[in-house]
Design a protein around this ligand. Structure first.
Ligand code: ADP
Ligand code: MG
Length: 421
């Protein structure tokens, strides 16, 4: 590259060139792109024989400024997002330790941030202590105060947890909440319902098997684009899922909707069962009607055929109960029924001394857990994990250690079998 004098020329006579020489400008512009543009600006391989006219160079320069600003904004957003996710030191420590103890090989990106939790993708590691799937979803329950009251209501009324949640602070409640999700998922698993397998539980962090492929999570039913045949298939599966959850798991999902159902390889997977309750929860049947309404609304909006059952028909189909009224009267009938179920179950419980606390304490003894005391909060040993990979053995040990009366809930049996179709 020649050097120019103050008048902007170089050389003499026939070899005189000015600084505006197109060839030289072209080359100089290429060099500037390489040397002065921000490093994030992708220039590709700019070879020597390429020339950039001033017009192109100026446009590129403007573009690079805009790009730089955008990158800064994005970076800011990511930083703000991380801050707002606010992984508190305890959560960070749990994640850090899971990497350190080879439970995880890698923690990947965020799959979703809901109002209740943040779900991360992780690659499972290899340890002698735990059997970890190659891909995991790490569900971190938020410890924010907002969710405290909602959760408290679902826990307070669930007799498996009600005595344990008295006077607890939000952090303790959230641990119970994670535990509840784990227990409910185990029940679903035992009934063969497609759902994530709970792998490990550490305080408010639940490690689940990943529903998806090659780090791509399965789509929620809400987002999946289904053909009419697939929709019919999904609808059939949803009805069966509702029935199975109710009859075989003795649970009511209580948030069964297209947002909590994943679609993968023509199979509907059930997720998000922390709020699921047993049929003698005071609002169990109202929740079930809401679940049925969600299914009915979702599928009737998407299918032109009128084979989709109304919410009331769905409810009767799922429970085997034959309520005939419709609308508000149907709801009144349901509420009267759920009161009855509760009273009956309470009476039987008292008579037989049927104690879920006993059931719960047994599981506590089997698997040293960390949710009982304040001191435990600071004890972050690896053995502190509740390992759930050996689900069947776990159930078997449990059944051996419990009186048969406890394994069979007489209240639910008599009530439900009466109406089973
Ligand atoms: P929330 O209680 O916050 O709604 P969810 O359990 O519904 O939490 O999870 C939020 C999102 O995370 C889901 O919509 C789903 O996309 C994703 N997700 C949750 N669990 C898994 C899993 N095991 N595998 C893949 N994706 C999952
Ligand atoms: Mg959800």
């Amino acid at each position: 590259m020649p050097t120019f004098n103050r008048r902007g020329t170089s050389g003499k006579g026939a070899s005189l060139v000015t600084k505006h020489n197109a060839e030289l400008c072209g080359k100089r512009n290429v060099a500037r792109v390489m040397n002065t543009f921000p490093p994030e600006f992708e220039t590709g391989n700019v070879l020597n024989n390429i020339k950039l006219s001033n017009r192109v160079y100026n446009q590129l320069k403007l573009h690079s400024y805009a790009e730089e600003k955008r990158m800064n904004r994005l970076h800011d957003k990511v930083e703000k997002a991380t801050a707002s996710l606010a992984f508190d030191p305890k959560t960070r420590l749990i994640l850090y330790k899971s990497l350190n103890s080879c439970i995880l090989d890698e923690i990947g990106s965020i799959i979703a941030t809901g109002k209740e939790s943040i779900v991360l993708y992780g690659k499972g590691g290899q340890t002698d202590l735990h059997k970890i799937p190659s891909e995991v979803a790490i569900k971190i329950f938020k410890t924010s105060l907002n969710e405290f009251h909602t959760r408290n209501q679902y826990l307070r009324e669930d007799h498996r947890f009600k005595n344990r949640c008295k006077g607890l602070n939000p952090r303790k409640i959230v641990k119970l909440w994670a535990e509840k999700e784990m227990f409910n998922l185990q029940r679903l698993q035992r009934a063969g319902i497609p759902c994530p397998t709970p792998v490990l539980l550490k305080k408010h962090v639940l490690f689940l098997s990943f529903i998806g492929k090659d780090s791509v999570p399965a789509e929620r039913l809400r987002d999946a684009v289904l053909t009419p045949e697939e929709l019919a298939n999904a609808y059939k599966q949803c009805l069966n899922l509702l029935k199975q959850i109710y009859h075989e798991c003795k649970l009511i999902h209580a948030d069964f909707s297209e947002y909590n159902l994943l679609w993968l390889d023509n199979i509907v997977y059930v997720i998000d069962v922390a709020q699921s309750v047993e049929p003698h929860h005071p609002n169990a049947y109202t929740f079930l009607l809401r679940d049925c309404t969600n299914v009915s609304t979702y599928f009737s909006r998407r299918t032109l055929n009128d084979y989709v059952l109304s919410p009331e028909e769905t409810f009767n189909h799922v429970t085997g109960l034959g309520f005939e009224k419709r609308g508000q009267e149907f709801l009144n009938e349901i509420q009267a029924y759920e009161k009855n179920v509760r009273l009956q179950s309470e009476a039987i419980k008292e008579k037989d001394n049927f104690s879920f606390e006993y059931f719960f304490n047994q599981t506590k003894e089997l698997h040293a857990d960390d949710s009982s005391s304040d001191e435990d909060d600071d004890n972050d040993d690896d053995e502190d994990y509740t390992d759930l990979t050996s689900g069947d053995e776990y159930a078997a040990t449990l059944s051996k250690s419990l009186p048969s009366k406890i394994m069979k809930s007489p209240s639910r049996k008599t009530k439900l079998s009466k109406h089973t179709p």
